[in-house]
Design a protein around this ligand. Structure first.
Ligand code: FPP
Ligand code: MG
Length: 325
């Protein structure tokens, strides 16, 4: 069995209750909102972010009834960001299905993203916990910063490793960090626990995006659930390419930049560059880097006493580094 399915099986009650709450919160008097929401959210997705939140609440022994409703905050933000991201990327496939923008067009997809994002903030506001509300809203602002930085670096073949790390930390890792930290914030567990969970989620989130960008060079559409090789086609300069370029002669780097930047590359050239990235050892370097962030995530939790939820969080950390889709 796939390792994530195994984790989900062990956490089936969490998974089912998160899905129940997602379905409930999606209801709207406007049928198109429900249709796009059901398509984008229900029956697909790993529910990683809400699961991180629920496990963090359990770790902090939070006793509130509303854990699962609050967990939807993180899936709604995530799905809203994907709806917008697919419009920005002009993507046709998401979560192994046609993307919402592909079916309903950009306008409807952006508005659905707005609806889901506002749904998440209204659920967060319902807690009357201002620290939680602030964490949720500042996180989304930072995700937008990450996305804008990515936009600014599109087709920038001089993008540095530091710039890339800043982008992925902002666009991806901060949401996982917030999902973990909010368990501590809600429970009032204090700054040490909050920092431990926050650091765990941040480092795990960095691993997630490092592997996501690596799989874009190595996976297949059937496994990955979205087309591969698309970062390069979208002009996104991710770490596999940054590492590979660093190992090339200046003249070769310049030749490739001109070829790909001006849109003169054909399918064969794309294939050749992907093979080059695979041959030059960049992928091994990235797995190594991801491993060091996964270790950092695990070390962040080390200050907290052992418990079942902590064990599951560490299992998730292990899954993320080994995942193949
Ligand atoms: C997917 O990354 C996109 C993100 C991780 C973040 C997108 C963030 C925003 C659009 C800003 C926040 C907006 C809202 C409404 C909360 P990717 O393009 O690397 O992954 P992909 O290959 O799956 O598309
Ligand atoms: Mg994208």
């Amino acid at each position: 069995m796939d390792p994530y399915d195994l984790i989900l099986n062990q956490n089936k009650e969490h998974f089912d209750r998160i899905n129940e709450e997602l379905k409930k919160a999606l209801s709207s008097r406007v049928s198109l909102i429900e249709d796009i929401g059901s398509h984008s959210l229900l029956g697909c997705g790993k529910r990683l972010r809400p699961l991180l939140f629920v496990l963090s609440c359990n770790l902090c022994e939070y006793e509130g009834e509303n854990i699962y409703e609050l967990a939807t905050i993180f899936e709604f933000i995530h799905t809203a960001s994907l709806l917008h991201d697919d419009v920005l990327d002009n993507a046709d496939v998401r979560r192994k299905k046609p993307s919402a923008n592909h079916i309903w067009g950009n306008h409807a997809a952006v508005l659905e993203g707005d609806f889901l994002y506002l749904k998440s903030t209204s659920i967060a506001l319902g807690t009357s916990n201002l620290s939680l509300f602030k964490r949720v809203t500042t996180t989304t602002a930072q995700m937008t910063e990450g996305q804008i930085m990515e936009l600014m670096n599109t087709h920038n073949w001089k993008t540095t490793q530091e710039e890339y790390m800043d982008i992925i930390t902002s666009k991806t890792a901060v949401l996982m960090s917030a999902a973990c930290a909010c368990g501590a914030i809600l429970s009032g567990s204090g700054p040490e626990t909050e920092a431990a969970l926050s650091g765990f989620g941040l480092n795990l989130g960095i691993v997630f995006q490092l592997i996501d960008d690596l799989l874009d060079y190595t996976s297949s559409q059937e496994e990955f659930g979205k087309p591969v090789g698309k970062d390069l086609k979208e002009g996104k300069i991710t770490l596999p390419l940054i590492y590979t370029l660093a190992g090339l002669e200046r003249s070769e780097r310049d030749r490739l930049e001109v070829l790909f930047k001006n849109g003169n590359a054909d399918e064969e050239e794309y294939g050749k560059l992907i093979s080059l990235v695979n041959e030059k050892g960049a992928l091994g370097q990235i797995r190594h880097k991801a491993r060091s962030y996964a270790d950092k995530a695990a070390r962040s939790l080390a200050v907290l006493p052992d418990s079942d939820p902590k064990k599951t969080l560490l299992e998730l950390n292990g899954y993320i580094i080994d995942r193949i889709y």
